[in-house]
Write a protein that binds this ligand. Sequence first.
Ligand SMILES: Cc1cc2nc3c(=O)[nH]c(=O)nc-3n(C[C@H](O)[C@H](O)[C@H](O)COP(=O)(O)OP(=O)(O)OC[C@H]3O[C@@H](n4cnc5c(N)ncnc54)[C@H](O)[C@@H]3O)c2cc1C
Length: 492
Amino acid sequence: MSLTRRGMLLGAGAVLGGVASRYAGPQNPSQDGLGLIAPKGGDGVLNDASLLSETPIFRHSVLKEQGPALIAALRAEMAEARAAGRAFNIGAARHSMGGQAIPRAGHAVTFESPSIEIDSAAQTFRVQAGTRWHQVIAALEPAGLSPKVMQSNADFGVAATFSVNAHGWPTAFGPMGSTVQEVDMLLADGTAVTASRTQNPDLFAAAMGGYGLIGQITSLVVAAEKNMALTPTFQTMTADAFADAFQAVVRTVPMAYGRLSVDRAGFFQQAMMISYAPVQQAIPPVTGSGLMSKAARPIFRAQLGNEWVKRRRWWLETGPNAMLAGLASRSGLMAEPVVTLDDRDPTRTDILHEYFVPPSAFGEFLAVCRAIIPQSYQEMLNVTLRWVEQDDLSLLSYAQGGPRIAAVMLFSQEMSIRAEADMRQMTQSLIDAVIALGGAYYLPYRPHATPAQMTASYARAADFAAFKHQVDPKALFRNALWDRYLSALAPS
Ligand SMILES: Cc1cc2nc3c(=O)[nH]c(=O)nc-3n(C[C@H](O)[C@H](O)[C@H](O)COP(=O)(O)OP(=O)(O)OC[C@H]3O[C@@H](n4cnc5c(N)ncnc54)[C@H](O)[C@@H]3O)c2cc1C
């Protein structure tokens, strides 16, 4: 059976050292003079979806227990790490891209015992922390329910989604944490706590978007939404008109997002807004990746280095495809696996960026992107635009003080040292520009921001580090986000 790199990562369910060892790319980084980066793999290392984060670990344990047995196994693993002074961190799909789910030289844990209990009357579900969204969607569908807020793909873990405080196409909501009612977690000393807006609210606010640094979540109670049949409307416009059009729509429909043109000549000049309105029709069943998505892959990938294909794709998607798009379900729109658009190229990797921009500054954001991105050597394949309501609760909020338009950018990056250097420079320029506009960058991607850019984007980062020091004084819970940005802010 031939597996693609990313196919292997997803098929294995977690990005393990053993998976990376099956990487078939060049083994000698300098053999072709490009400084190609080739993960070595093997036991004792862990990587993530970037393939650029290979990190030594002490051990990776996959816990398959349920309920009290899971908590006991987790406590035992934590106690061993604590006694040895090693780091500890849980990950789920490890689709974060900068070691945010990897404890250097420490104990990495993955849960593999999904469970979900639905309370139809309350329209909520209790879910084991490692359960993936495609499992949640499948369980909710017969009950006529659908996740309220999740990412635009369904591979990710539910507690991981709370821990990065993700968002998606559903409108008009705050990040996923706004839909979570309570979480059960183990603190660094092994104490089990429940946290919610009324019970241990300080723990709740820190753990929401807290990247596993406050407590290890074992289960969550999450609000669901009624599943429904939806019909799309596509509107094309100049990119500069998008923010006003989007704001006018997001509070009137249950789902909406936008796209921008990415060919160099017309870079970020045109926008398309896709909004979904409910219709009184039978709800189409969730089928995983739709035919349209599968058919889109060849042209999506052919965009690499080909301006004609980029323009053709824009024409197709704003014209014929828009006319062909039909009835969808709320759940079906979110059930897309990441693998559908897989790059299948061992010398390149897909890298995401994301910027949260105040809607009033969106025009200036477009202008800085036009000035910065086409000058780089990076290949942008896609950008989608989402709406996120204000979030003043989570300590590491990216939408403090007002709603944001989120711009999610997908680049195909060469796996080489020169491409990393170029990506770092471009990312830092974009982050400077976004900070100047009152916005923030998103933390689960490549760790190219400087520490000063991190604290400028996340105004309460020092409060977060101080609170973590209170609840985890020996910093048992560590990952690359803590090591690179937050540990220096903690009281010594
Ligand atoms: C193709 C793709 C599409 C994406 N689309 C979106 C999108 O639409 N919207 C969006 O907001 N983001 C999006 N993301 C980013 C994504 O939400 C994050 O990378 C998220 O972390 C992925 O979930 P995961 O299961 O891979 O998490 P992991 O990378 O495994 O973990 C993420 C963090 O959660 C922590 N964590 C995991 N489990 C627990 C636990 N039980 N207790 C405590 N902490 C825990 C980890 O320690 C880590 O810090 C996308 C990423 C990719 C690769």
